[in-house]
Design a binder for this molecule. Sequence first.
Ligand code: SIN
Ligand code: FE
Length: 305
Amino acid sequence: MSVVTITPDQLQTIDISAATLWCRQLEEGNILLFPETPVPLPEADTHFLRTLEQSSSGLHKNLAYKPALDRVSGADMKHADAAAAARLHVILRRYSQDVTGFLTRFLLPYHAQWQLDYASFRPQEERGRDLPLRRRNDLMHTDAFPTRPTHGARILRFFNNLHATRTRDWITGEPFAKLAPQFAPQKIPMPTPPGGVARGVQSLGRALGLGRALPAVKRSAYDSFMMRFHNLLKEDAGYQAHGWREASFFPPGSSWMVYTDMVPHAVLAGQFALEQTFLVAPQAMVAPEHSPLGVLERMSGARLV
Ligand code: SIN
Ligand code: FE
């Protein structure tokens, strides 16, 4: 695992062989870093986002933009200033479009093979946030979404550090192919191939007495494993204390991207980040043997989606 720095020169002439190499570097578990973001925001928009918390008391949580619905959620519009909410919406929509436009060129082999997932704005200081264990982002984990199973699609995330002066500080660990055999099957059972589809959220809903209030989420065996693996890593005090890790400091004004389903990561400090998530189809992989799905299918000898 390492951080690969992409220089502005390399962005001048992107051809298919360069783009394929970048896909491969991501799929091997590297972080691609752009010291100067290729997706800059107008300075006035950056300033607006940094001061949103003070100016609009309702807009203070992590804010998600859902491109498919063209909607912002997480903002309490009742208390928010309507003009601020509208401006936030415009900024997030444009960010989502700009990142998509850039990656359409930069990651050419993935063209038309991803689903645009949520974008988010992360306004809070990450150091010392008080969150329930499974929602803490300062504990090492691989990403999996409780309500959005991917059925083998990869979770690729692109970030911007919008802070004026401070780095965003991460630690990252050994990629999935090295990590999974340290936990499975001893601490977590290998996924078993379909037959019955796990309905994690539905049974949770029943346990909470919600009846049919929650929609059924169909998780594949792959998704169930990835969700449990996310939880297991966060709950494993030994891994958190002694697991192999290295630190990365993403400069103000930079962007970086990484497959967060395969690279364990935690954010230890930083404030004001934008992020766009893509779900990349498994068929699009240029090195599928490194993917969590490839690794798990090899380990279990079964097809898992
Ligand atoms: C995460 O995906 O765990 C958080 C990353 C960040 O907000 O920097
Ligand atoms: Fe994460």
